[in-house]
Every structure is written in C-alpha cells, then in structure tokens.
Design a protein around this ligand. Structure first.
Ligand code: MN
Length: 166
C-alpha cells in the first residue's frame, strides 16, 4: 500500500504539507489552513514541488536560509488507496487522476481517515487545488484535529518542542 504524510511546517507561514507516495516520489500540496474532517469546509491546496520519498518521515528544523527553512513535524500519515482506480468505469491511476485534475484517496492515517478529494480549480496548469473531505462514515463535525491533536505521530512532540531542540 502506498503511503501518505501530512507534515506541519512552521516556515514563513505555518502550513500543512500533504504528500502522496506515487511513482517513486511524493506528490505534494501545501494546505495553508490544514486539513479538516468536515465536507463543507473546502481547503485551498497549492501544488508544490515533488519531494523524494525518504522525506516522508522527516522531522526537525531546516536552516532559515534554506528551501523550506523552519521546523517540521510528521503531523499525520499512514497508507492510502486510490479510489478512482477501484471505481468501475473509471480505473485511473494516480498519475492519470492527477492529470485529470481530480484525485480521490481513502486515507488510513492516525488522525485522518476516510475519503478525501483533491480538485484542481481553473486551468490545467493551475497550481490551485481544493482539498475536501468526502461524505462517508469518517465525517465528524465535532473534531478539529489541527487544533486538538497537534503532536507528531512519530515523536509525540509538538512543533514548538522540536523547535527548542535546535
Ligand atoms: Mn512546507
């Protein structure tokens, strides 16, 4: 099963980086406001550079003058399934779904579970996407994990605790 990760990244602006393991890289989007468990809250997701697969468990501080300078924790992660691949009459690979501007995944994370869709907005070369919870049994309007579950799933530390270790 391919893996996904969501890294909380305190750089110039605090944001969340959502990455899907596919074709030997991590396809990556930045979600400024972070993910949600509510289908009605559509979150902007900006397509960013592919990252090497071994970045999937990176946690620590990057010097301020380097790309991505700031502190990173592995906020969530686990495995995912490509829902479009499983759909009869659709069957698109992740790369094909990406080209089509609509990626549907089932996440099995520690914090996030269930279906999520990434939809490209605007033209084909647009880097603006939306990250939306699909309607399924994992919807939970009472949860707000970016506020209530702020610790790393790897170290159990908050981003502030990692920052102090430098
Ligand atoms: Mn980032």
């Amino acid at each position: 099963m391919p893996r996904f990760v969501i890294q909380k990244h305190d750089a110039t602006n605090l944001h969340y980086d959502f990455r899907l393991e596919t074709d030997g890289i991590l396809k990556s989007w930045t979600i400024p406001k972070g993910p949600t468990t509510h289908p009605s809250e559509k979150r902007l997701a900006i397509l960013t550079e592919d990252h090497p697969t071994d970045y999937i468990d990176f946690e620590g501080s990057i010097p301020k003058d380097q790309y991505g300078g700031g502190t990173v924790i592995v906020w969530d992660g686990g495995t995912y399934r490509n829902l479009r691949k499983e759909k009869e009459g659709d069957g698109l690979s992740l790369a094909e779904s990406f080209d089509d501007g609509k990626v549907e995944v089932w996440l099995e994370g520690k914090k996030l579970k269930g279906g999520y869709v990434l939809i490209r907005t605007g033209k084909k070369d647009s880097d603006q996407w939306l990250f939306i919870k699909m309607k399924d049994d994992e919807v939970d309007a009472r949860r707000n994990p970016i506020n209530t579950e702020s610790k790393s799933i790897l170290s159990g530390k908050t981003i502030e605790e990692i920052k102090k270790e430098v």
